[in-house]
Design a binder for this molecule. Structure first.
Ligand code: 13P
Ligand code: SF4
Length: 315
């Protein structure tokens, strides 16, 4: 039997749904959609799992996405395809140091990016995603609040520059997006002067400054479909090209350069942790029930509060 058929059967047997991020491989994305699951950004992944009737949510992505699903659906079994698949932003923000930083700044509202551990989310007042950060912080600014932001410094600086809010920013970064180079991008823009430039806000500010659209994965895909340009230069993980080509089959997509001194490829923008997801491991996870996300109930209660705020805000 083909592996896809075995996974489809295993999903049925377990009353499970497959929830995938745009950065995982095309075969997993296709399977998620064919089986009634979803392929989306981190915000919609969380929302979908919560609204699903399935008893088990299988998350094809990274650990924080599995944890978010568990926080929102504690009664469900949440399995991740590879429990070693994490995120440099999550790793950069250990709860002990983060908590001390919050304690030192009690007059700031604590806003954390979804790419964090359950413990960090539990310590926060708000959880935001790349697609919602700007709107939430604008609202907090209009209420006269000061913001403590973690962990992505590039997204933090972008939000600060757009809102003018007083902000303390944690020193974390995404190892994939941080590699995009403004100089190389400018050269590519000269070669393709009619191309639209789509940039994820985890990229450095010099790269963001060259963008026509700055947004979450979903926002960039929507821009690729709706904007008039026929060619796009894209600064985000190259897993996204599968969906972009699907929604805009006649358009051309070019990877923004990550090449710099000593680099051995022109664009190597692919998250090594997202790449740990595979169909074989997906079947193994479903058959064995391994890699189940477990979170202490007190942490779930606290973290749920800050994620719910976001879900309500973005409804
Ligand atoms: P999105 O919320 O835009 O999907 O981003 C998640 C992520 O990990 C980006 O690197
Ligand atoms: Fe984390 Fe970056 Fe990988 Fe997204 S692409 S999961 S932010 S390391």
């Amino acid at each position: 039997m083909k592996i896809e058929s075995s996974i489809k059967q295993a999903l049925k047997d377990n009353n499970a749904t497959l929830v995938a991020h745009y950065y995982v491989s095309a075969d997993i994305q296709t399977l998620a959609e064919e089986t009634g699951g979803i392929v989306s950004d981190s915000l919609e992944m969380a929302r979908f799992g919560q609204n699903s009737d399935a008893d088990t949510i299988v998350v094809a992505g990274v650990k924080f996405m599995g944890e978010t699903a568990k926080i929102l659906s504690p009664e469900k079994r949440v399995l991740v395809i590879d429990d070693q698949a994490t995120c440099s932003l999550d790793l950069s923000c250990p709860i002990k140091d983060f908590s001390a930083f919050c304690d030192q700044n009690p007059d700031h509202v604590v806003v954390v990016y979804a790419n964090t551990s359950a413990d960090v989310k539990a310590r926060a007042d708000w959880v935001v995603t790349s697609g919602s950060a700007l709107k939430v912080v604008k609202q907090l600014h209009s209420e006269g609040k000061k913001v403590l932001w973690a962990p992505d410094k590039h997204l933090g600086h972008y939000v600060q520059s757009k809102t003018g809010v007083e902000m303390l920013i944690w020193d974390g970064a995404c190892v994939v997006h941080e590699e995009f180079k403004a100089e190389g991008l400018e050269r590519l823009m000269q070669i393709h002067p009619d191309a639209g430039v789509l940039v994820h806000p985890e990229s450095p500010k010099e790269v963001i400054a060259l963008a026509d659209v700055v947004g979450s994965t979903t926002q960039l895909i929507e821009a690729a479909a709706s904007r008039p340009e026929n060619t796009f230069i894209v600064a985000t993980d190259n897993g996204i090209f599968h969906k972009m080509r699907e929604v805009a089959p006649n358009k051309k997509f070019i990877e923004a350069p990550t090449m710099g001194e000593g680099a051995d490829c022109e664009s190597c923008a692919h998250c090594g942790w997202m790449a740990m997801n595979s169909l074989e491991k997906c079947l193994d996870t479903l058959n064995t029930g391994k890699n189940e996300i477990q979170i202490n109930s007190q942490i779930i209660e606290k973290a749920k509060h800050s994620i719910h705020r976001l879900l309500e805000f973005t409804k």
